[in-house]
Design a protein around this ligand. Structure first.
Ligand code: CAA
Length: 381
């Protein structure tokens, strides 16, 4: 068992840190305030290979491993969680299912555009009445000659407003529940795809969260992803990978808040000495660091598992629940260590506290992760 990053991963980590310090950190509070990630930053990240990190070079990806992908999201999320989830949603939820379930033609057609950032990807599973109960889709499809026609609505779609490439889930017969669902690759500039609104949110404000109406959207039959009625399986397998990306985002948010708290504990003086000399603060720092290290182990192990094991649903659910709950714990403690300064927007921990919460909710709530873990425990022989 080796707990060290290899040489390539260390070099990558260094270069991402440098990129983050130069390009992301200086604008993170503006991204939050203006609810927008600049196109220029997205282009720079594409040039760095961050948008197709683990896709093979033949699809213009960077050919890295999953742990490297985790390192990219973790380092970026230390400075800006909105930018972290742009990469995670795009890679895990759009590039990944096309790469894993697509035909050679589909991969050749769609992946280079995604890997180079000409298109930003998203995952259209959730609906107003199908959140945790993902099989309860009311979006339907029917065949019409060489097309499928999709009708329905989708909400809470990360990256939706880019109108790039979407993986859309729809049912041919709602009575079949998960057995009636199919997945389609959809160009979101197609007629009938209508943005209803972009949500105003508590955190990750630079990330778009979009509600759509799908009105008679015509999708060529060649855009069916996997077999017909294999869609629910594709969505679950995709989320098994996606949850590792969200764990990395949560880890980064927590680590960012911890780094700032440690520094602040050394600098801030009260009662004639740095507050880091007070045991009340020391114990907080010890607990924060321990929770983050636990989560890092689980997240890095899940990344390894995705590269090496056929089934990593449990590893992925465990790292997601651990890292997201660590992030909300750590950012709450970070705010407390900063006292009144933590509550004002001049200090970044205020934003990090707001950004952390969603990691316990999207790509499966903590309660859903516990269902996945306990089901697997009870099913195993
Ligand atoms: N991995 C692989 N397969 C899985 C799976 C997993 N994690 N979970 C379930 N399955 C399979 C089951 O094995 C079963 O397969 P068979 O038909 O071959 O037996 C099938 O899926 C149905 O399973 P269940 O009977 O357990 O299904 P269910 O309806 O009871 O629901 C659930 C299971 C785990 C609760 C699932 O609905 C779920 O994960 N819900 C959460 C959905 C979620 O994470 N949504 C987030 C949306 S995306 C997002 O947030 C980001 C964004 O950008 C929009």
């Amino acid at each position: 068992m080796d707990f060290l990053l290899n040489e390539e991963q260390l070099i990558l980590q260094d270069s991402v840190r440098q990129f983050v310090n130069e390009r992301v950190k200086p604008i993170a509070s503006t991204i939050d305030a203006e609810h927008k990630i600049p196109d220029e930053l997205i282009r720079q990240m594409a040039d760095m290979g961050f948008l197709g990190s683990y896709l093979p070079e033949k699809y213009q990806g960077a050919g890295l491993d999953i742990l490297s992908y985790v390192i990219i999201i973790e380092e970026i999320s230390k400075a800006c969680a909105s930018t972290g989830v742009l990469i995670s949603g795009h890679t895990s939820l759009a590039c990944d299912p096309i790469y894993r379930f697509g035909t050679d033609r589909q991969k050749e057609k769609w992946l280079p555009h995604l890997a180079t950032g000409r298109k930003i990807g998203c995952f259209l599973l959730t609906e107003p009445d199908a959140g945790s109960d993902a099989a309860n889709l009311s979006t339907t499809y029917k065949r019409d000659g060489e097309y499928f026609i999709i009708n329905g609505s989708k909400n809470f779609i990360t990256n939706g407003a880019f109108l790039g490439t979407g993986i859309v889930f729809a049912s041919s017969d709602r009575n079949l529940r998960h057995k009636g669902i199919s997945a389609f690759i959809v160009d979101l500039e197609s007629p009938g795809v209508v943005i209803l609104k972009n949500e105003s949110k508590m955190g990750i404000r630079g990330s778009y969260t979009t509600a759509f109406a799908l009105d008679e959207v015509r999708v060529p039959v060649e855009n069916l992803l996997g077999e017909e009625h294999q869609g629910f399986k594709i969505s679950m397998e995709t989320l098994n990978g996606g949850r590792i990306g969200i764990a990395a985002q949560a880890l980064g948010i927590g680590e960012g808040a911890f780094e700032r708290s440690l520094q602040y504990a050394k600098e801030r003086k009260q009662f004639g000495k740095p507050i880091g000399d007070l045991q009340a603060i020391q114990f907080k720092l010890a607990d924060m660091h321990t929770r983050l290290e636990q989560s890092k182990m689980l997240t890095y192990r899940a990344a390894w598992a995705k590269d090496h094991l056929p089934n990593y649903a449990m590893e992925s659910a465990m790292c997601k629940v651990s890292a997201s709950e660590a992030a909300t714990f750590v950012t709450k403690e970070a705010l407390q260590i900063h006292g009144g300064y933590g509550f004002i927007t001049d200090y970044e921990v205020e934003r990090m506290f707001r950004d952390a919460k969603i990691t316990e909710i999207y790509e499966g709530t903590s309660e859903i992760q516990r269902i996945v873990i306990s089901k697997m425990l009870l099913q195993s022989k």
